[in-house]
Design a protein around this ligand. Sequence first.
Ligand code: ADP
Length: 193
Amino acid sequence: MKYRTILMFGAPGSGKGTHGRALGVIPGFFHCACGDVFRSLRPEMPLGKVFLEYSSRGQLVPDESTIELWRQCLENSMQAGRFHPDTDTLVLDGIPRNVAQAEMLSNTLNIIAVFNLTSSNPENLVQRMQRRALKENRLDDAKLDVIRHRLKTYEQETKPVLNFYGKKLVRNINTDGPPVKIFSEILKHVVKL
Ligand code: ADP
């Protein structure tokens, strides 16, 4: 059985987490953010170390470890009764993050929509990340050169995932306005799914 899935997609700082979390509190939706799963690892664990090594350089964690960790996390959520795949829609954020991961997950996910969060001004993204660095104690958001590298990684490795899923599934959402307006735009699409 494939999981019915909505993908929150966009550059770092575009608001995938904010809107994904908001959707996830509505009954019938389950939010899962790959970055949160990585941050929940203790730094002394082997994969925790690998995560810190890659994320502090603005790079993606290798695919095999990422997919395995993600599968484990989802399995745990099902066993704990938080995620009910037969009735819930999975709201994924931060995975798949390149075409190889999308291919690895093609037998697991039934993607019904991709919300592509865009911004006409990349400086907005940089500012959001810098604010988040202080608020959420995120090492990968603290340095400007790491932020720039993450935006480059997004352009080169992550953006091609949009073509992988194709135009029919993609809903473009401009994120330059207030969060509540952006979320209402997303909801307008979600009720039609
Ligand atoms: P953002 O808010 O920038 O989208 P995330 O919290 O989703 O950040 O991810 C933080 C870091 O965790 C990424 O820069 C990357 O190093 C690692 N990471 C998260 N998801 C993945 C993934 N699917 N594949 C590889 N690395 C990932």
